[in-house]
Design a protein around this ligand. Sequence first.
Ligand SMILES: [Mg+2]
Length: 247
Amino acid sequence: MSSTQIPPAVVFSDWDGTITSIDSNDYLTDNLGFGKDERERLNEEMISLRFNFRDAFTLMLESINHPFSECIDLLKSEIPLDPGFKGFYEWCKSQGIPVIVVSSGMRPIIKALLLNYLDDPSAAEELEIYANDTEFGEDGSWKIKWRHPESGFGHDKSITIKKYISDAAYPEGKRPHFFYCGDGVSDLSAARETDLLFAKKGMDLVTYCEREGVPYTTFTDFQDIWDGVRDVVEGKKTIEEVRQEKK
Ligand SMILES: [Mg+2]
């Protein structure tokens, strides 16, 4: 890799509840599956580490007995894109900053929503996505196909991020700034892997970081992330200064 190809930053981001304003899997579970009370109970178990994400999420998805196409149609009409994301993504492209989606959801749902939001197939193709997949049965049934089935996270985001960084083989002393943006339990595996973690204000990832002493800053929407990343890339602030500006 020549030095001209080294981006100033790489932004890894969770998808559900981070790039989207509402978590699509929570929405499906609450409205087509066993409902919000049971989902929140399982969520508590996950935050307390009494239940792993993979097994809890499997139960949630198994409770959704509706055709996949019906789920996609519902999500397209009900799940909004984060209000700051489009502008942030355009700016990242103009700066040569890769935005990498690292999701514990399923690729076909992410792809369908992305196409719906960006309304431009080539722009939707450009966004690199690491997620679980979906397996379809001949009877029309569907289930999640885990990226790392042996992990309690189903998709261990730390493995994906470490591999991305090692594959990029940045020359010694010339690596980009690495950022991660997330909101929930599925991000715990990624929380310690980058230089600066943006955790969504008021959400489970903040609770976890406080309890475990993981350094982080907060964001409300991607405009906050944009401000922070830009200030670091332009040399106006250090990572530490941005971290201390909790919104
Ligand atoms: Mg999330």
